[in-house]
Design a binder for this molecule. Structure first.
Ligand SMILES: [Zn+2]
Ligand SMILES: [Zn+2]
Length: 629
């Protein structure tokens, strides 16, 4: 109660002096200076020192520092505090963990899982030091090893509670001969930065290494930097990659208009480790990690996919954003209904932009959309979880670690593919119903204009205001017609099957659904390794569930035969509806004999094909869609 009373008094003072109801609860700190060092890369320990200068009003008050539970763009809770060690508070100024060692410390109390409280001492100057373990090459986490330091600030830098809005500075001390690069470089060799607030600092992922490369290009007067750190062979492909990225930038700028920055940096890693893969959007940069090497054609194409998606986020999500996405509360997971727009539409446009950039053709683009339709329409979760529900479930879905067993495989869908299809269908319906006068491109531009460029700032963090999904619905209805209110009711907030037929017909295409040549899976999803086929999921109410099969059962035989990745669907295809298939499984140390009675076909193939009687006007509408008119 004492602290509350004090903050009320301070708040009143602030309101009286600044005449601003939106002012922080406390006066800003006089300065907050972050210093990052990495004296022992092999230890994977980043060394953080935070020098804080307190105004006189705060020098007799405890200061709390907090490690975020998650970081923007990745919605699962990871509890970054688990990798913090050796938290100390030192009176006065000492710029590095090493320089601070041995100096007199102030008492520190661990308040909760993510918060440390430093006792007041009546002095204005305080330095907090800690180390943070980081050994994941990822847009979400960080890595320090003998090859590089690569960080996402949200899992490295604590904020001062109540002062996330205050200006901060950052100084990085790289190991000898390592160079620093990020999306906010004023000059080569830079080691110091100023940021308007902590949120912008952690929005600036940074690479520190001896051997990254940089290639530059311009589009419409803006500078773009392609930074590549390759751990595998490049096969002479870097120049082609840079040229293809330029085509993507041109296609996306052509849709949106000029981006709101003077320079932008692609931070690209080719990890050559077969498992690292991630992409993360930021205001003036993106960080993308591919698991293979630049020389591998499939990896090259995956990188272009990721670039097309992440660069689209420059507008959709980083600036035009759901209301809840910035500034953030890092003490609890983010809850927003809008990720089907933020991520789903970005998935849709990421693929469409490759087509518009000339890096994909109609066949490939439509083939991929048909695959997405197959995935969503085959998923049991599609009948249970709407696009909005999926957005609200993001903390469970977005790479969340699960120790407890879940049924999410049967109950959930991802807002990425679901939102991609909502975007695809909505785009074609708007184009069709308005006879080409409007499109989803217009909706996106209108929203960017209204909510980002023209709305008054509703926080310290960024220009404009975030949107609610009601706002999206209003803009779509304004540009596409009032019947879109029904669309939102059925396909965004409820789980009805999207109106594919109407949508594709407008552009002279049709969706064809036919039973697959191997039509049964009995409701099973299997994982294969050299030893066994293990049941990874059993669909609810399926023949496999009726037979009593369970997740983690290992299949000894199906229809009397051993199963492999290539053979098991073929084995089931020899049967027909109503037939009984004997199955032997191992569950823990028991061997069980079961019988699967097959039901209706459950596997379908989807194709998007040309309508034989497509008219010229349908074809013209299609061309406008695919070419971005
Ligand atoms: Zn690197
Ligand atoms: Zn994304």
């Amino acid at each position: 109660m004492k602290t509350r009373l004090r903050s009320v008094i301070i708040l009143l003072t602030v309101i009286l002096t600044l005449s601003s109801a939106a002012a922080a609860q406390e006066p800003p700190l006089k300065s907050i200076a972050y210093r990052l060092a990495m004296s022992r890369p092999v230890s994977h320990l980043f060394e953080v020192a935070i020098e804080v200068e307190l105004p006189d009003e705060l020098k007799d008050k405890a200061l709390e520092l907090q490690m975020p539970k998650w970081s923007p763009g990745r919605y699962a809770v990871f509890d970054f505090a688990k990798n913090v060690q050796e938290f100390r508070a030192i009176d006065g100024r000492c710029s590095t963990v090493i320089a601070c060692a041995g100096k007199p410390t102030r008492p520190v109390t661990r308040v909760d899982d993510q918060t440390w409280s430093v006792a007041p001492s009546g002095s204005n100057m305080l330095t907090i030091t800690y180390k943070v373990f980081a050994n994941d090459l990822s847009g979400t986490f960080s890595q320090l090893d003998d090859r590089h330091g690569n960080y996402n600030g949200g899992c490295i830098f604590m904020y001062v509670v109540g002062h996330k809005a205050d200006p901060v500075t950052l100084t990085i001390a790289p190991p000898k001969d390592w160079k620093i690069v990020n999306g906010r470089m004023d000059h080569a060799g830079q080691t110091e930065w100023q940021f308007p607030n902590w949120d912008i600092m952690i929005d600036t992922p940074t690479e520190i290494a001896p051997d990254w490369t940089q290639d530059d290009f311009d589009v419409d007067g803006k500078k773009y930097h392609v930074v590549v750190h390759s751990f595998g062979p490049e096969g002479g492909k870097r120049a082609a990659l840079v040229s293809d990225i330029q085509k993507i930038v041109r296609a996306e700028v052509a849709m949106w208009g000029p981006p709101e920055f003077s320079e932008y940096t692609f931070l690209l890693h080719f990890a050559a480790d077969d498992h690292s893969g991630d992409g993360m959007e930021h205001l003036t940069s993106t960080q993308i990690i591919e698991p293979g090497a630049l020389a591998e054609p499939a990896i090259y194409n995956d990188m272009l996919d990721a670039v097309s998606h992440e660069f689209f986020h420059v507008w959709n999500v980083k600036r035009l954003r759901p209301f809840e996405l910035g500034p953030w509360d890092f003490t609890r997971p983010a809850n927003t209904r809008g990720l089907w727009v933020a991520e789903g539409f970005t998935n849709y446009y990421g693929r469409l932009m490759l087509r518009r950039a000339g890096l994909s053709d109609d066949k490939r683009f439509l083939g991929r959309e048909a695959q997405t339709i197959k995935g969503i329409e085959s998923a049991q979760g599609s009948k249970l979880m709407s696009a909005e529900d999926s957005s609200l479930s993001a903390p469970f879905l977005d790479d969340a670690p699960h120790s407890q067993q879940t049924n999410l495989e049967n109950t959930a869908i991802s807002y990425y593919p679901k939102g991609e299809l909502v975007g695809l269908v909505m785009d074609l319906l708007i184009r069709g119903r308005t006879a080409g006068k409007s499109s989803l491109d217009d909706v996106m531009r209108r929203m960017y204009d209204e909510f980002y460029l023209k709305s008054p700032n509703n926080s310290y963090y960024l220009r404009g205001r975030g949107y609610h999904t009601d706002d999206v619905e209003r803009v779509v209805a304004e540009l596409g017609g009032a019947e879109f209110h029904e669309f939102f009711k059925r396909y965004v907030r409820d789980v009805q099957v999207l109106p594919y037929d109407e949508a594709f017909a407008y552009v002279g295409l049709r969706l064809v659904k036919a039973p697959a040549s191997e039509p049964f899976n009995a409701g099973l999803a299997l994982d294969f390794d050299d030893q066994a086929a293990t049941i990874q999921n059993v669909r609810n109410y399926s023949p496999a569930e009726n037979a009593g099969l369970q997740k983690n059962d290992r299949i000894v035989s199906l229809g009397g035969k051993k199963v492999t990745r290539d053979s098991w669907l073929k084995a089931l295809a020899r049967y027909k509806k109503g037939d009984t298939v004997p199955v032997v499984v191992k569950r823990d140390r028991r061997t069980l004999q079961k019988e699967i009675i097959l039901g209706e076909p459950e596997r379908y193939d989807y194709k998007i094909e040309e309508q034989p009687d497509a008219t010229d006007s349908q074809r013209a509408l299609r061309a406008a869609w695919l070419n971005g008119k």
